[in-house]
Design a protein around this ligand. Structure first.
Ligand SMILES: [Zn+2]
Ligand SMILES: [Zn+2]
Length: 328
């Protein structure tokens, strides 16, 4: 198979030929047709996340078709179109797994981080962490749902069902999906981007935002909740200043620069700051059932697999509108 591998954090991915992976018990072999490029991949490649298996094949927004079945696999057939997300393994017995919070498992395995991922034309995955995909949409269009969509959806749930006026800081792949779900749910969306990023602001308005503006400016209206997708710590006090008493600020990223100190009075009033970590399989089931009802339409920029480094560079520089997707 063809793959792009990371040998050392801080270096470019390398194109390699590897033996085809054989599915073990409980695993499916998948012929990959698309893999989304997530900001988390950038954090793995840049070394912000410090526990990768090395070398590693990044990528955890995988869409493909089942090409072989390992022993004991139930529920999938050859040729099925399936998705493989970030959560690739949990222990099943820790207190988190036992209490419905498998996203916080003590001994997890994450796709594209500890388990080889989707920057390749083939992979194997534990079938119990894979999901059938809805028939609507091309493979490339569905790929961003597998992480940007799932984490975005979990962030939206954490922001509270009652939160009508919702702020979003950072308008990339996750935000453009959340914006569509929020509009479907009848919420008002206020999009904050890097100061002067007119293209992102225009994109946010196209995706249904009621307002879009610079993140260094005050919100035009008091917000009920805010979700921060940009990995920028100073946005936490900015969002706290924008939400009402009892408002919730959700940090949706896996990595963020340091949060500067801030006066207690912007947290006072029972405001809440929380993070969102990973996903549960139930999140995936709920979100993938909701996606065709909205219906979610993703904006993708396709790159050939061997141009993965260029896709990562485009994401890092903020020049992408929507989501990059690698096509093997
Ligand atoms: Zn566990
Ligand atoms: Zn991701």
């Amino acid at each position: 198979m063809k793959a792009m591998i990371l040998e050392q954090p801080g270096s470019a991915l390398k194109a390699v030929e590897l033996p085809d992976p054989e599915p073990g018990p409980g695993q499916v072999q998948v012929a990959i047709s698309a893999c989304g490029v997530c900001r988390t991949d950038l954090h793995v490649v840049d070394g912000d996340l410090t526990e990768p298996k090395l070398p590693i094949i990044p990528g955890h927004e995988i869409v493909g078709t089942v090409s072989a079945l390992g022993d004991g696999v139930d529920g999938f057939n050859l040729g099925d179109r399936i998705g493989i997300p970030w959560l690739g393994h949990t222990c099943g017995h820790c207190s988190y797994c036992q209490s419905g919070a498998e996203n916080l498992c003590d001994e997890p395995g994450f796709t594209g981080y500890q388990i080889d991922g989707g920057y390749a034309d083939m992979t194997v995955a534990d079938a119990s962490y894979c999901f059938p995909l809805p028939p609507q949409g091309s493979d490339a269009e569905l790929a961003p749902l597998l992480c940007a969509g799932l984490i975005g959806y979990r962030s939206l749930v954490m922001a509270g069902n009652e939160s009508r006026r919702l702020g979003i800081y950072g308008f990339g792949a996750a935000a453009h999906i959340v914006a569509q779900v929020a509009a479907y749910q009848g919420r008002e969306l206020y999009a904050f981007t890097s100061p002067g990023d007119v293209a992102a602001q225009r994109f946010a308005l196209q995706m249904g935002a009621a307002w879009a503006g610079d993140s260094d400016q005050p919100a035009p209206i008091e917000l009920d909740a805010a979700i921060i997708f940009a990995p920028v710590g100073p946005l936490v006090p900015a969002a706290l200043r924008a939400v009402r008493k009892g408002g919730i600020v959700v940090c949706g990223g896996i990595h963020m620069s340091d949060i500067p100190s801030f006066p207690y009075n912007i947290l006072w009033g029972e405001r809440v700051v929380r993070s969102v970590a990973n996903l549960t399989r139930q999140d995936a089931i709920d979100f993938l059932a909701l996606a065709p009802k909205v219906p979610i339409k993703t904006e993708v920029v396709e790159y050939p697999l061997d141009e993965a480094n260029a896709a990562l560079r485009a994401l890092r520089s903020g020049e992408l509108t929507g989501a990059a997707v690698l096509i093997p």
